[in-house]
Design a protein around this ligand. Structure first.
Ligand code: DC
Length: 677
C-alpha cells in the first residue's frame, strides 16, 4: 500500500485503575447491546414506526444504525428516543457505498443475513480486529440460501455479498452454538418464501426470537425429541401498518464488570437497576452465586419480551468452582471478568470449553492468560480450558495489552480496583464500543480510574488539587488562595453550572427542563465564565437545578478534565473546586480536600456576604435556600456531593479563611517534602 495512503494511526488512550476502594450506591448501565442491534434491525422490517428508548449508543450499535440508513431505512434520534421508520420485509435498497461495520461482529453477521434475499450486492468492511475474524460460519448457510460471496483469504472482511431474488428456505442445524449465525438466518428467513428452520443443539441467546414475537412475526419454537430446539420463521408475511415501542433493558454483560468489582472490593454494596436477566445471558451471575457471591435479583419483571430485574451485590469471599463447557454460550463474553473474580477466590477455578473465546474481538483466551500472569496471578491454559488459582492478595502493577478488546480493558481495570498496585491498560478506547461511560460511572461509585498522570520534562510533578464541599463552605476562597500561593491555574467548576443556569434563565427558559438545560450546556464558552451575572442568587439556584441532570454533567465533564490535563501538561498544575472534583472529575488528583461546615455557619456567612453586596434578605430564607441546595447536591443520582475516600476533610464551622488555608497548605508542603526526600 502507498505509504501516505495508509490510515492515520488510531489515537490510543491508556488508563490506570487504583485499589483500596469500595463501590457503593445505585446505578444502571447502558442498554443491552444485543437487544439494541435487534431493535434497530427489526424496526427496519416492519411497516410503521418503532420508537426505541435506552438504546446503547456505543460504536457497534451506531454502526448498525448507519448501515441500515445506507440500505434505505430512515433512523433518527431525539434526546434518548430513537425512531426507526420501517421499510417492511423486502423493502431495503442497495447501498451506494461500502458498509463499514467498525469493530462489530454482530452488526456484520446479522446484516449479512438481512441483505441475502435481495437482488443486489453489498460490500462489508471493518476495523483491523473485525477484518481478522472468520465469517465462514455465516457464509455457509447464507450460500445455501442463494447468496454468493467474494471474501478475502480465510473468509475474512472486506467481502462482497451478492444477494438473490430467488432465496431458498433452508433447514439448518447449527454446527457451532452461535446466536449470531441463528439470527442471520432468521433475518434472511423473514424475506424468503416458505418456512426457514434452524436446529440448535445447545441453547444460544434468544433475543432475536423474543423480538420477532414482540413484533408479531410468525416464529415457532419447538423442543425436539433429542433435546435440541427447532426455531422456524415464516417468510414474506402479509404486513399491516403498526407502530411499536421498545425500552431496551440494561446489558447484563456490562453489569458484570460492576458486579465483579463490588464482589472483590471490600465493603462494597451496589444496586444495579433494570438489568436484562434473560436466562441465556446470566451464566456469569449463576457462576458467581455458586462461588458464594452475595447477589440478589430484586423486582423481577418483563419488558418487551425480556425478563428484567434489579441486582443487589455485596462484597463476598469467593470460592473456586468448575464452570462446565455447557455454560459457555450463556456467558461467552463474561470469561475475562470471571477470570478476574477467580483470581480473588479461594482455590483453583476451572473454566472448561472456551474454544469460542479464541475468535472473539481478540484471542481472548490468550489475552486473559497473559494479563493475569502479568498481574501476578497463577493461571494456565490447557487446550481450550482455563485454570486460575485464586489468592486474597493480587499484586497487580502491570500494564495489560488489550489489542483493542473492550472486555479485556474493562476486566483488568476492575482487577486494579482490588489489587495491591495499580493496573494500567495500554489502550481503553475500545471500551466505547459497548460501555461508553464505564470509567465515569465506576468513579462516581467510588473507583479511581484515570488517564496515567502526564508529566512535563521541566517540572516532572505538577500537582492537581481537588477541592469539594457544599455551598458557602469556603471552598472557593481556599481554592483561590492556594492557586495564588502555589502558582496553580484555577477553575471554579461551579461557574460552568452557573453559566448553564444563566443561559437558560436569560433565554426565558426553564432550568428544570432537560432540553433547555442541554441546549444551554452545549453552547457555553469560556467568556461566559467571567460574566458578573453568574453570581446572582437566582442563577445559583438555576445552576443547582441543572446540575442534577446526568446529561448536563457529562456535557461539562470533558471540559473540566481537559483543563486539569492541560495544566499538568504545561507543567504548572491546577486547583479545581466544585462538588465532584475528587470523586469524578479528577479522581487521581494529588491532593483532595473536602471543606465542610454546619448549615447554620454557612448560612451566616452567605447572609453576611449578601448584606455586604447591599442585598437585603432575611436570614431564614438564606438558610432555607442552602438547605435545598444541599439536598439537591447530596441526593442527586449522579456524582452526588460526598468526600472522596482519600480526601482530607476540614470542618470550617469554627475556622476563618486563613486557618483553613494554613491547614491545607501545610499538608501539601509536608507531603511534597516527604515524597521528594
Ligand atoms: O459552587 P457554586 O455554588 O458556584 O455551584 C453552583 C451549582 O453548581 C451548585 O448548586 C452545585 C453545582 N455544582 C456541581 O454540581 N458540581 C460542581 N463540580 C460544581 C458545582
Amino acid at each position: 500500500m502507498d505509504e501516505d495512503k495508509k490510515q492515520p494511526p488510531r489515537p490510543i488512550k491508556p488508563m490506570v485503575s487504583k485499589g483500596g476502594i469500595a463501590l457503593k450506591g445505585e446505578c444502571t448501565v447502558a442498554g443491552d447491546k444485543s437487544i439494541s442491534h435487534r431493535a434497530l434491525m427489526f424496526g427496519s422490517q416492519v411497516i410503521g414506526t418503532t420508537k426505541i428508548y435506552g438504546l446503547l449508543e456505543g460504536e457497534d450499535v451506531l454502526c448498525t444504525a448507519e448501515a441500515l440508513r445506507s440500505l434505505g431505512v430512515t433512523i433518527s434520534r431525539e434526546h434518548d428516543k430513537w425512531t426507526v421508520i420501517g421499510v417492511g420485509v423486502g423493502g431495503l435498497c442497495e447501498s451506494l457505498d461500502v458498509l463499514d461495520m467498525g469493530n462489530s461482529g454482530t452488526s456484520t453477521r446479522l446484516l449479512m443475513g438481512l441483505v441475502t434475499p435481495y437482488n443486489f450486492t453489498t460490500f462489508f468492511t471493518g476495523d483491523d480486529s473485525l477484518k481478522s475474524r472468520p465469517m465462514a460460519r455465516v457464509i455457509t448457510p447464507l450460500t445455501q440460501i442463494g447468496a454468493q460471496f467474494q471474501a478475502r483469504d480465510g473468509n475474512r472482511l472486506p467481502l462482497a455479498l451478492k444477494g438473490t431474488d430467488t432465496p431458498l428456505p433452508i433447514n439448518y442445524t447449527l454446527p457451532v452454538a452461535s446466536a449470531q449465525v441463528k439470527s442471520a438466518i432468521l433475518l434472511a428467513g423473514l424475506n424468503i418464501p416458505g418456512i426457514t428452520t434452524i436446529i440448535e443443539k445447545e441453547a444460544t441467546r434468544d433475543h432475536t426470537e423474543n423480538m420477532l414475537e414482540y413484533f408479531g412475526f410468525n416464529v415457532q419454537r419447538q423442543r425436539l425429541d433429542d433435546g435440541s430446539l427447532s426455531i422456524s420463521v415464516t417468510g414474506q408475511p402479509h404486513q399491516k401498518l403498526a407502530n411499536y415501542e421498545i425500552f431496551v433493558p440494561a446489558d447484563p454483560s456490562s453489569a458484570a464488570f460492576l458486579a465483579v468489582a463490588a464482589l472483590i472490593c471490600p465493603d462494597s454494596d451496589l444496586l444495579i437497576r433494570n438489568i436484562c436477566v434473560n436466562p441465556l445471558r446470566i451464566g456469569l451471575f449463576t457462576t458467581l452465586k455458586e462461588m458464594g457471591a452475595k447477589i440478589e435479583f430484586l423486582n423481577e419483571r418483563k419488558i418487551a419480551g425480556e425478563p428484567v430485574a434489579d441486582i443487589h451485590i455485596k462484597y463476598s469471599q469467593l470460592k473456586a468452582v468448575t464452570v462446565p463447557a455447557s455454560r459457555a454460550p450463556s456467558m461467552i463474553d463474561e470469561y475475562p471478568i470471571l477470570a478476574v473474580a477467580a483470581a480473588f477466590a479461594k482455590g483453583e477455578t476451572k473454566m472448561l470449553g472456551l474454544s469460542e473465546l479464541r475468535v472473539k474481538e481478540s484471542d481472548r483466551l490468550n489475552a486473559v492468560l497473559s494479563a493475569l500472569t502479568a498481574c501476578g496471578v497463577s493461571a494456565r491454559a490447557e487446550g481450550d480450558d482455563l485454570y486460575v488459582k485464586g489468592s486474597p492478595k493480587i499484586k497487580g502493577g502491570a500494564t495489560v495489552t488489550t489489542n483493542f478488546d473492550h472486555r479485556i480493558a474493562m476486566a483488568f481495570l476492575v482487577m486494579g480496583m482490588a489489587s495491591t498496585e495499580p493496573v494500567t491498560v495500554d489502550d481503553a478506547t475500545a471500551i466505547a464500543t459497548s460501555f461508553p461511560n464505564f470509567s465515569d460511572l465506576c468513579n462516581s461509585l467510588g473507583a479511581r480510574i484515570s488517564a496515567p498522570r502526564p508529566t512535563h520534562p521541566s517540572n516532572p510533578s505538577p500537582i492537581v488539587v481537588a477541592i469539594d464541599g457544599p455551598a458557602a463552605s469556603g471552598k472557593g476562597t481556599l481554592a483561590r488562595r492556594l492557586a495564588e500561593h502555589l502558582n496553580l491555574e484555577y477553575l471554579d467548576t461551579g461557574s460552568l453550572y452557573r453559566a448553564v443556569g444563566m443561559k437558560v434563565i436569560y433565554a426565558g427558559k426553564d432550568p428544570s427542563n432537560l432540553t433547555d438545560a442541554m441546549e444551554a450546556a452545549r453552547t457555553i464558552d469560556i467568556e461566559d465564565l467571567a460574566n458578573p451575572r453568574l453570581r446572582q442568587e437566582r442563577i445559583g439556584q438555576a445552576a443547582s437545578i441543572v446540575s442534577a441532570f446526568p446529561e448536563v454533567r457529562s456535557a461539562l465533564l470533558e471540559f473540566q478534565r481537559e483543563f486539569a490535563r492541560k495544566s499538568a501538561l504545561s507543567g504548572r498544575g491546577a486547583v479545581l473546586d466544585g462538588r465532584d472534583i475528587g470523586t469524578v472529575v479528577c479522581p487521581d488528583a494529588n491532593f483532595k480536600f473536602f471543606i465542610t461546615a454546619t448549615l447554620f455557619a454557612r448560612a451566616k456567612r452567605r447572609h453576611k456576604e449578601l448584606q455586604g453586596q447591599g442585598i437585603e434578605v432575611v436570614f431564614d430564607s438564606v438558610l432555607e435556600d442552602l438547605r435545598e441546595r444541599d439536598e439537591r447536591d447530596e441526593k442527586r443520582a449522579i456524582a452526588p456531593l460526598r468526600p472522596a475516600d482519600d480526601a482530607y476533610i476540614i470542618d470550617s464551622s469554627k475556622l476563618d479563611a486563613s486557618e483553613v488555608f494554613k491547614k491545607s497548605n501545610d499538608l501539601i508542603n509536608k507531603t511534597i517534602k516527604n515524597t521528594s526526600s
